[in-house]
Design a protein around this ligand. Structure first.
Ligand SMILES: C[S@@+](CC[C@H](N)C(=O)[O-])C[C@H]1O[C@@H](n2cnc3c(N)ncnc32)[C@H](O)[C@@H]1O
Length: 246
């Protein structure tokens, strides 16, 4: 782990857009931006873990003012180097605790990034931090996987999530602590690179309880950004919690 940039230091940042190329496909990005722009209305958006601006840039291009928070200066440097990137203000810090000026009609945390907070305390702090930044009736949107435990055979701890010619991904579960370490192995220019990132997984119901502790209530839950129904076999969810309208 980089001392300042967390798990998204210079080496990861320099290859992030390329290694997550399928997530930058307009077929993936456009429904996210449609969903968030509709919830933002005429208000501002706060992205926690803004990274290289995969969602923030097209959302800003739709006319929604976006402010970001991120730990990694290396990731944010990539965002600011892109066309329009400099117009997006970013505060460097931990999104569980970092505060920014003003209030927002929507705050969002996509691509499983709530799981980067590896304790329940930090995840609860994040919900509380977001709630403090929302205007009345404002929404917090999270996109995250449903814990994949149904695919984990009894007694096993490892699940492969990606296997290709040059890239392998293995998730290692520690069920007792709700811990999940994603091990990424990649061959770049003939050299093997490993990057292991710790996560904490949480069930949708636990996230609802965190929202409740922060004074938010569940408004919508879908299995995808096109508002596909959420069901027992859904592998991920898009959840929206709302602050009181007062
Ligand atoms: C998987 S990337 C997602 C980036 C972007 N949201 C996207 O969808 O492409 C996770 C981002 O969250 C940031 N991050 C992880 N934990 C964080 C924390 N506790 N506080 C602030 N940023 C964090 C990382 O630096 C990284 O830029």
């Amino acid at each position: 782990m980089d001392e300042h940039d967390g798990y998204f230091g210079e080496r990861v940042a320099s290859r992030y857009d390329e290694s997550a190329a399928e997530m930058f496909d307009p077929a993936v990005v456009d429904p996210v931006v449609d969903f968030l722009a509709q919830i933002a209305g005429s208000g501002r958006a706060l992205e926690l873990g803004i990274g290289t601006g995969r969602i923030a840039l097209p959302l800003a291009q739709r006319g929604v003012p976006v402010h970001g928070i991120d730990l990694s200066k290396a990731m944010v440097a990539r965002l600011h180097a892109k066309p329009g990137g400099k117009d997006i203000e970013v505060t460097i810090g931990d999104f569980a605790t970092t505060t920014v000026d003003g209030t927002f009609s929507v705050a969002y945390l996509v691509f499983n990034t709530i799981m980067n907070l590896t304790t329940q305390e930090a995840q609860v702090a994040c919900f509380r931090n977001v709630a403090a930044h929302l205007e009345p009736g404002g929404c917090f949107v999270i996109e995250v996987g449903v814990p994949d435990l149904q695919r984990l055979p009894p007694g096993e701890t490892i699940l492969a999530f990606h296997v290709s010619e040059t890239r392998w991904g293995l998730d290692e579960y520690d069920v007792a602590s709700q811990g999940l370490t994603s091990h990424h192995f990649e061959i770049v220019d003939g050299k093997a690179h490993r990057n292991s990132i710790p996560f904490r997984y949480a069930w949708p119901s636990e996230l609802d309880l965190m929202a409740q502790l922060a004074g938010l209530s569940l408004r919508e839950r879908w299995s995808g950004w096109k508002r596909e129904p959420f069901a027992s076999d859904s592998r991920s969810h898009v959840s929206v919690w709302e602050s009181p309208r007062i």
